[in-house]
Design a protein around this ligand. Structure first.
Ligand code: AHG
Ligand code: MN
Ligand code: MN
Length: 329
C-alpha cells in the first residue's frame, strides 16, 4: 500500500512556508518573515483566550468606547494588547494604527522598517454568541528614515503600497490567510500541534458567484444603484448570506464566490468599514485571488487616506459580480 494512503501528508507549516517564500518578496529580508510569525503567534494566544472567554470572565462589554464611538468588548482590548506586545517585542515594527487606539501607537523600536494597520478583533460583538470573528492586518514599509521617530506619513499610505496583508479567522477552525503580492495562501491551525499548516495553497476566488452579503436592515437608505443591484440579485434567485463579521463573510465569499456590500446609508454616509484596517487588507487579498474591490467610485487600494480611522463604502468579491454592481451604480 502507498505510504500516503496510510499517513496523509501534512502541509508545510507557516514558519517554513514563510521562510521558503522569502525570495518572492521584493525586499528579500527576513524581517517581514519574522513579523508575519509574530502576527501568527499573537493570533494563537488570542485564539486560546477567546476559546475560554466565557469561563474566565472575558466575554461581554468592557464599558468603554473606541475612537469612533464603538462600544469595546473586553476581547477587543485584550486582542489589541496582545498584538501591540507581540509586535513591539519583535522589533520589526515602528508604529501601529489600530481600531482600538485613537492615535498611532509608537513601539519605540525606531529601527523597525515596517508599520502595521490592524483591526485586532473584527466582529467582536459576535463572540458572546459563538459566531466567527477575525483579525485583519496591512503591512507597509515606513516612508521616513529608519532610526527616526515614525510620523503619520508612515501610517497613511495608500493600499497599493501594502507589502503584505491578510486576516485570521477564528471560526469552526482557525485560519491564517495572507498575501505578499504573489498570490494568496491559507493555513489552518492544528490546535494539538500548536501550528498553522498550509491547507489552501494559491487560493483563487471564483470569477462569478451566487452569494450576496449585506445588512439589508439599512436598505431603506441605500443609494439607488445598490438597491437596483440587490433587486437584480433577487430576480436571479441568488443566495443572501450575512454573518455580520466582515472577516467571516469575506472568507466564505472568497472560497465560494460572492459579493460583500457595505454601502453608504442614513447613519453612515461613508458606510461603516474603515479603509486603513478593514478595506485595504481585504482588497489586497481579493485582488491577489483574482477578485475586485471598489468603493463604488474607485479601486479601494487607490483611495488617498486622510485619517487613520476614515470610513469608505465597500463592495468586494468575485470580479463579475462587482462589475455588475458598478454598472448599476
Ligand atoms: P468591529 O467588530 O471590528 O467593529 O467590526 C464590525 C463590522 C464588521 O465586522 C461587520 O461586517 C460589520 O461591522 C457589521 O455591521 P452591521 O452590524 O451594521 O451589519
Ligand atoms: Mn472590524
Ligand atoms: Mn474590531
Amino acid at each position: 500500500m502507498e505510504d500516503s494512503r496510510i499517513a496523509l501528508p501534512i502541509g508545510a507549516n507557516l514558519d517554513r512556508f514563510i521562510k521558503s517564500h522569502e525570495s518572492h518578496f521584493k525586499y528579500a529580508s527576513g524581517e517581514l518573515s519574522q513579523l508575519l510569525r509574530d502576527m501568527a503567534l499573537a493570533s494563537k494566544v488570542i485564539n486560546r483566550e477567546m476559546n475560554k472567554a466565557g469561563l474566565i470572565n472575558l466575554a461581554g462589554n468592557a464599558g468603554s468606547q473606541n475612537a469612533q464611538g464603538d462600544h469595546q468588548q473586553k476581547l477587543d482590548i485584550l486582542a489589541d494588547i496582545r498584538f501591540m506586545r507581540a509586535l513591539t517585542k519583535g522589533g520589526e515594527v515602528c508604529a501601529i494604527i489600530s481600531e482600538e487606539q485613537d492615535d498611532m501607537f509608537l513601539t519605540g523600536k525606531n529601527n523597525g522598517k515596517y508599520v502595521i494597520a490592524m483591526d485586532p478583533l473584527d466582529g467582536s460583538s459576535n463572540i458572546d454568541v459563538n459566531v466567527s470573528v477575525g483579525t485583519i492586518f496591512s503591512i507597509y514599509r515606513r516612508k521616513t528614515e529608519v532610526g527616526t521617530t515614525p510620523t503619520a506619513e508612515d501610517c497613511m499610505q495608500k493600499g497599493t503600497e501594502q507589502v503584505a496583508a491578510g486576516y485570521i479567522i477564528y471560526g469552526s477552525s482557525t485560519m491564517f490567510v495572507y498575501t505578499t503580492g504573489n498570490g494568496v495562501n491559507g493555513f489552518t491551525y492544528d490546535l494539538s500541534l500548536g501550528e498553522y499548516f498550509l491547507s489552501h495553497p494559491n487560493l483563487t476566488t471564483p470569477d462569478d458567484g451566487k452569494i450576496y452579503s449585506c445588512n439589508e436592515g439599512n436598505s431603506n437608505s441605500f443609494p439607488d444603484g445598490v438597491t437596483a443591484y440587490l433587486n437584480q440579485c433577487k430576480d436571479n434567485e441568488m443566495t443572501g448570506r450575512y454573518i455580520g463579521s466582515l472577516v467571516a463573510d469575506f472568507h466564505r465569499n472568497l472560497l465560494k464566490g460572492g459579493i460583500y456590500l457595505y454601502p453608504p446609508y442614513r447613519k453612515g454616509p461613508n458606510g461603516k468599514l474603515r479603509l486603513m484596517y478593514e478595506c485595504n487588507a481585504l482588497a489586497f487579498v481579493v485582488e491577489q485571488a483574482g477578485g475586485k474591490a471598489t468603493d463604488g467610485k474607485q479601486r479601494i487600494m487607490e483611495i488617498e487616506p486622510t485619517d487613520f480611522h476614515q470610513k469608505c463604502p465597500l463592495y468586494i468579491g468575485s470580479k463579475k459580480m462587482v462589475d455588475r454592481l458598478e454598472e448599476c451604480l
